[in-house]
Ligand binder design. Structure first.
Ligand code: NAD
Ligand code: ZN
Length: 361
């Protein structure tokens, strides 16, 4: 038996207002005046001087606004890398992602693709990256995905939706400033927060569970209950602080185990219909009581408590070949099923079974 030797984020700052330290943190990493920092920033912050004026732009540094309306694509990564390479003589000093999981994943992928040949699609999979990425920093502005701590960057490519899972993927530096999550719309707060909750449920109920994952998963789960199910509401600030740490712990929990049924099926929805990760997970998880009875029961209670209505009938008018596409994507994620069900998962997880589940969504 050989145990996996996982990389982690090398440095992390936590605290309200810690975003102000960004300039001090990155300046020693500047290679020279012509080697810029590239700031990839969620375009929801365009015109938000409170955030933008604090980005420490100097010399040839470049700020690129990116829409988080759609999840990152391999072609988008390739375009960004080309744009960065042609606009600057020197290789950048670093990539800094400021936003949610969409922007964080893009920042990780761009940092990898600056030093690796070919296109991003060539690296979707496990341990395909050859050269170390350039210095990259993640600054989440919404909590839940765990992308800030994970070893993957999920991309939709021409053939598959799959992450670049590698030792070079994790950030060199993360800044956790819960104040940056001010202004997240309520529904989105719930969907992305539930991504974290579902990470906990899938990790804690998986066959890959071990004491490492459990210790993080239990903490994240406990924090989720404090945030989403507390009868004595906690302050907004407390809530933001706790959700940021829940996201981190949830991410750490799956790092050493795996996600499960909700993620496998939600990848199918997202590949075919472009359904975003947070809401997609919620739509799927709502129907998974046979796999996660306790977790789904609590999820439904949280939905009611926060007045969330999920879209219905997403798959109502799909053709057979469209179901097939979703089922192919879901079934291709073998480690997720193996974690959720066990080695013999193929005996119970049939195409018909998945079709029947998708038909409910
Ligand atoms: P997101 O980044 O897509 O953002 C969701 C919405 O919230 C967007 O409209 C965005 O503009 C808005 N937003 C973000 N911060 C805001 C703020 N402070 N104020 C107002 N609006 C704000 O959402 P997400 O759920 O964080 O990320 C989803 C992505 O993360 C998916 O692409 C998914 O594949 C990926 N993901 C990656 C991992 C990983 O380990 N790499 C894990 C889970 C999910
Ligand atoms: Zn997730």
């Amino acid at each position: 038996m050989s145990y996996k030797n996982y990389p982690m984020v090398s440095r992390v700052v936590f605290g309200r207002g810690s975003f102000n330290q960004l300039g001090d943190i990155i300046s020693p990493k500047r290679l020279n005046r012509k080697a810029p920092f590239i700031f990839l920033v969620d375009d929801v912050f365009k015109g938000n001087t409170k955030i933008i004026s604090r980005i420490p732009i100097a010399y040839d540094d470049q700020l690129v606004y990116i829409s988080a309306k759609e999840e990152p694509k391999t072609s988008q990564v390739d375009d960004l890398v080309e744009h960065i390479i042609v606009s600057h003589k020197d290789r950048p000093s670093g990539i800094i992602g400021i936003g949610g999981g969409t922007i964080l994943d893009l920042a990780k992928a761009v940092a990898i693709m600056i030093t690796n040949e070919g296109g991003a699609k060539d690296y979707q999979g496990w341990d395909l990256v050859k050269n170390p990425a350039i210095y990259h920093v993640g600054i989440p502005t919404i909590s839940g995905t765990g992308s800030e701590v994970s070893r993957t960057t999920v991309l939709t490519g021409p053939e598959k939706k799959l992450g670049i899972n590698s030792d070079h993927t994790p950030f060199d530096q993360v800044i956790l400033d819960p104040e940056l999550t001010n202004g997240v719309p309520k529904d989105q707060w719930f969907y992305t927060g539930m991504d974290c909750y579902i990470h906990c449920i899938e990790s804690l109920n998986g066959t890959y569970l071990n004491a490492f994952s459990e210790s993080y998963g239990e903490k994240a789960y406990e924090l989720c209950l404090d945030i989403f199910m507390n009868d004595n509401p906690i302050s907004e600030e407390d809530m933001q602080d706790k959700l940021m740490m829940a996201s981190w712990h949830g991410g750490m929990s799956i790092a050493y185990s795996q996600v499960g049924v909700a993620h496998a099926m939600s990848y199918g929805l997202s590949y075919l219909l472009g359904t975003k990760h947070g809401i997609g997970n919620c739509i799927v998880f709502d129907h998974l009581d046979e796999f996660y009875p306790e977790g789904v029961k609590l999820f439904k209670a949280m939905k009611i408590k926060h007045n969330i209505t999920l879209p219905q009938g997403l798959c109502a008018n799909l053709h057979d070949d469209e179901y097939d596409t979703m089922i192919d994507v879901a079934l291709s994620l073998e480690p997720l099923w193996e974690n959720a069900i066990g080695n013999d998962w193929k005996q119970t997880i049939t195409r018909d079974k998945l079709k029947a589940l998708y038909q409910k969504m």
